[in-house]
Write a protein that binds this ligand. Structure first.
Ligand code: ZN
Ligand code: ZN
Length: 171
């Protein structure tokens, strides 16, 4: 299956207009998606329905999030197209991280609701955390708050070429 991601500004403004209705208290993901400042916002890739960005408060080097543009807190509310692209970007991001950082493994997943540890509970997003032999023992849940000192900008610049349209969208 060939899946082409097409930059569609009309679609983006439609989604962002929709978000303004749903997102009343300045959601971080909605703000970042609407800004035209992907470098400072650590956005690695923009698809049609979802985008990929580095976590500013990573658990490990290369900790990413895959986020739909739509401000929704429930997977069931996502359109099927958006859901499929979200999952596509999820697995392709893992491939990119594998190649870019030679990670030995990954933790990936979603926290739904504050009870489950979601830091931004109102806007769905998946986490991907690269793991290396001996980095630390076991991470039972993918949390939001562990701050790890590192050079985010260097990581971003290293990863960016790996997150090309070819790699993220071709079959
Ligand atoms: Zn939002
Ligand atoms: Zn989160």
């Amino acid at each position: 299956m060939s899946h082409h991601v097409i930059w569609a500004p009309w679609r983006m403004s439609y989604i962002l207009d929709d978000n303004r209705k749903n997102c009343r208290d300045g959601c971080l993901f909605c703000r970042i998606a609407a800004e035209n400042n992907d470098g400072d916002n650590l956005i690695l890739f923009r698809g049609t329905h979802a985008f990929v960005l580095l976590n500013r408060y990573p658990y490990n080097n290369g900790h990413l999030m895959v986020v739909p543009y739509s401000h929704l807190n429930n997977l069931g509310k996502l359109s099927q197209d958006a859901y499929l692209e979200l999952m596509e970007l999820f697995r392709r991001s893992i491939d990119c991280l594998h190649d870019a950082l030679q990670a030995d493994g990954f933790n990936g997943g979603i926290n739904l609701g504050k009870t489950a540890g979601a830091g931004i509970a109102d806007h769905l997003h998946f986490h991907i955390v690269p793991r290396w032999h001996g980095d630390y023992n076991f991470m039972p849940v993918i949390g939001e708050t562990k701050v790890m000192p590192q050079h985010l900008e260097e990581t971003y610049n290293h990863l960016l070429p790996y997150f090309s349209a070819e790699r993220m969208a071709s079959s």
